[in-house]
Ligand binder design. Structure first.
Ligand code: NOJ
Length: 527
C-alpha cells in the first residue's frame, strides 16, 4: 500500500479489558468497575490511549455478560452506573478513551423484551425476536448455533420455536423489525450521551438473515457430528440481504456526535467467498466504523503469509481505520499459541502497524492460558476443558502473591501457576521484559505520527524467514524487520539506517547488514 492513511483516529492503541478478571475491589473474587478505575494509572503508564471493556451490563451471566438483560444498567457484580461514570471521568482525566461492548443481535432470555415476546403470539413484542412454527414436529430449519446444538428452542407455552445463534438463553433480536433497530440505536445514544467514546459491536454477521429462513447448505467435507457448526456452510443464517444496510444504520448514530467510533466483531468466512472482499464490505458500511483484523488468531507462523494478510487487510480498510489485534477473550492467548519468543516478535510487529493496535489484557506481560479442572467455572459454549474460552480469561497477574494481586479472596477462575515469574510488579523492574518492550513501543506510537498515519509497504527482504515493511510519512522513512526463524538471519538493507528499537537490546545495523537473532524484530530509522 503506497498511499497515506488519512483518517484521524480517536486513539492509537487499545487495551481490551475483561472486567471479571482485571481487578476485584469489592472482595467477591470477581473483577469490577472500581477495580478498573483503581488501575487507571497502570493503563496510563502502559501508554494505551483507549480501553475496551467487555460487557458489564445487567445479566444472568449464562454467557458472562453477552446475555444482556438491561442494556442501560450495570450488573451488581461489577458495580453501578455511578461507578461507571467515575471510571469514565478517571479515564478521560488521563486522556484515555473508553469503548464499551454493544450486543445488538441478541438479548438474554431474561430481558423484559423477550419476557414479553414469549408471553404470547399476540404480544406486541412477539416480532422483536424470531419465532416460527415447527416443521413436521422438528425445528423450522437446519441452522445450528455457534455455541453448539440447534439454533432453535421450542417454547411449549406458545407452541413455537425461537431462534438463537448462540445459547438458548440468548434469543436473536429480529433486526427486520424497525422498532428493534430504533431501540438498539437508543441504547447507543444512551452511552454516547454519557460520554462513552466508542462501541465494539458484537457478532454482527447474523444481523440480517435469509428472510425465507432456508436451510444452510450441508458441508460434505465435514465428517463430524451433524449438529456441529462445521457441518454446514452458513449461507443462509447470516450475511442476509440487509447486512450492510443495518450495519450502516447502526453506525450512523456516530454521525450525531463529533468523535465516536464503532468497531465490528467480524470473522470472515472463507466458505462464503473471498475473505478480503468480506472485510472490505463490512469496513466500508460507514466511515466511522471498521472491523478488527482477526487473521493472527490462526497464525501459522509464516512470515510471507503474515505479511500478505496484513497488506490485504490494509487494502480492505482503505481510508477507514485498521484495528490490529492478536486475539481476544474468545481465543487462546497469543503466548500460549506461539510461545513467548514468537509472541514477543508478533506483539512487536502489532504495535508498529498503522491505525490502532489492540492488546488483550495480560498479553503485555505474556500471560498464558490456564489448565482448568471440572471444578473451575466453565464457559457455556464448549464441552471440552481444552477448548474452554475461560482458559484465556484468568485473573490479571499484578504481582507474585497467592491471588496475584487481583483479589484478596479466592478468584472466580484460578490464577496461572506462573504468576511468580509473569507479573506486572516483576516486569516493571526488568528492562528485558515484554512489559517493558510494550511500554516503549506504545511511547513510540505517541511520539511518531508515522507509526499511526504513515504508509505501509511490504519489502522483499531477500530472506524467506525475514518479513520486512517500509513505513513513510512526510519524507521520513522507517523499516520494520521480523525474523520468523528460530536461528539468526542476515538481511542486506536497501538503505542504511539506525536502530530505534528492537525485541532484543543487542540488535544493530552494520553498514547495510542487519543481523537478527532468532525471532528477533527491529525498527530502523532510514537516513
Ligand atoms: C462474541 C463475544 O466475543 C463472545 O464472548 C460471545 O460469547 C459471543 N459473541 C456471543 O455474544
Amino acid at each position: 500500500r503506497s498511499t497515506l492513511f488519512p483518517y484521524t483516529t480517536l486513539f492509537r492503541s487499545l487495551e481490551l479489558i475483561y472486567p471479571r478478571s482485571f481487578r476485584d475491589l469489592n472482595g467477591d473474587g470477581v473483577g469490577d468497575l472500581n477495580g478498573i478505575t483503581l488501575k487507571m494509572d497502570y493503563l496510563s503508564d502502559l501508554g494505551v490511549d483507549a480501553i475496551w471493556i467487555s460487557p458489564f451490563f445487567t445479566s444472568p451471566m449464562t454467557d458472562l455478560g453477552y446475555d444482556v438483560a438491561d442494556y442501560q444498567n450495570v450488573d451488581p457484580v461489577f458495580g453501578g452506573l455511578d461507578d461507571f461514570r467515575m471510571l469514565l471521568d478517571e479515564a478521560h482525566a488521563r486522556d484515555i478513551k473508553v469503548m464499551i461492548d454493544l450486543v445488538p443481535c441478541h438479548t438474554s432470555d431474561q430481558h423484559p423484551w423477550f419476557v414479553e415476546s414469549r408471553s404470547g403470539r399476540d404480544n406486541p413484542k412477539r416480532d422483536w425476536y424470531v419465532w416460527r412454527d415447527g416443521n413436521d414436529g422438528h425445528e423450522p430449519n437446519n441452522w445450528v448455533s455457534l455455541a453448539g446444538g440447534k439454533s432453535w428452542t421450542f417454547d411449549a407455552d406458545s407452541g413455537q420455536y425461537y431462534l438463537h445463534s448462540f445459547l438458548p438463553t440468548q434469543p436473536d433480536l429480529n433486526w427486520d423489525n424497525p422498532e428493534v433497530r430504533l431501540a438498539i440505536k437508543d441504547v447507543v445514544r444512551f452511552w454516547f450521551d454519557m460520554g462513552v467514546d466508542g462501541m465494539r459491536v458484537d457478532a454482527i454477521w447474523g444481523i440480517s438473515k435469509d428472510p425465507e429462513l432456508r436451510d444452510d447448505t450441508v458441508n460434505y467435507d465435514f465428517h463430524g457430528d451433524s449438529n456441529s457448526y462445521g457441518a454446514y456452510i452458513h449461507d443462509h443464517c447470516k450475511h442476509g440481504p440487509h447486512f450492510q444496510e443495518y450495519l450502516h444504520e447502526l453506525a450512523s448514530v456516530c454521525d450525531e456526535y463529533d468523535d465516536k467510533q464503532m468497531v465490528f466483531e467480524f470473522y470472515p468466512d472463507e466458505r462464503l467467498g473471498d475473505i478480503w472482499r468480506q472485510y472490505h464490505d463490512v469496513i466500508h458500511v460507514h466511515p466511522k466504523a471498521t472491523a478488527f483484523f482477526m487473521e493472527h488468531r490462526q497464525n501459522d507462523w509464516h512470515g510471507e503469509h503474515t505479511g500478505w494478510n496484513i497488506m490485504n487487510y490494509l487494502e480492505a480498510t482503505g481510508e477507514n481505520t485498521p484495528f490490529f489485534c492478536l486475539g481476544n477473550h474468545d481465543q487462546p492467548r497469543v503466548t500460549s499459541r506461539l510461545g513467548l519468543p514468537r509472541s514477543r516478535a508478533l506483539q512487536f510487529l502489532n504495535l508498529l502497524c498503522p491505525g490502532v493496535s489492540v492488546m488483550y489484557y495480560g498479553d503485555e506481560i505474556g500471560m498464558e492460558d490456564v489448565d482448568l479442572t471440572q471444578h473451575d467455572a466453565q464457559d457455556g459454549f464448549h464441552h471440552s476443558l481444552q477448548d474452554d474460552r475461560n482458559r484465556a480469561r484468568t485473573p490479571m497477574q499484578w504481582n507474585s502473591s497467592r491471588y496475584a494481586g487481583f483479589a484478596n479472596v479466592l478468584p472466580w477462575l484460578p490464577v496461572h501457576p506462573n504468576r511468580k515469574q509473569v507479573n506486572v510488579a516483576k516486569e516493571t523492574k526488568d528492562p528485558g521484559s515484554l512489559l517493558w518492550l510494550c511500554r516503549k513501543l506504545l511511547e513510540l506510537r505517541h511520539e511518531l505520527p508515522i507509526l499511526r498515519h504513515g504508509t505501509m509497504e511490504k519489502l522483499d527482504t531477500g530472506n524467506g524467514f525475514v518479513l520486512g515493511f517500509r513505513r513513510q510519512l512526510d519524507g521520513q522513512q522507517l523499516q520494520i524487520y521480523i525474523n520468523f526463524a528460530d536461528s539468526a538471519q542476515t538481511v542486506w538493507l536497501p538503505e542504511t539506517g539506525r536502530v530505534i528499537i528492537g525485541t532484543n537490546p543487542d540488535i544493530h545495523v552494520d553498514g547495510d547488514v542487519l543481523q537478527l537473532p532468532g525471532y528477533g524484530g527491529v525498527l530502523i530509522d532510514i537516513k
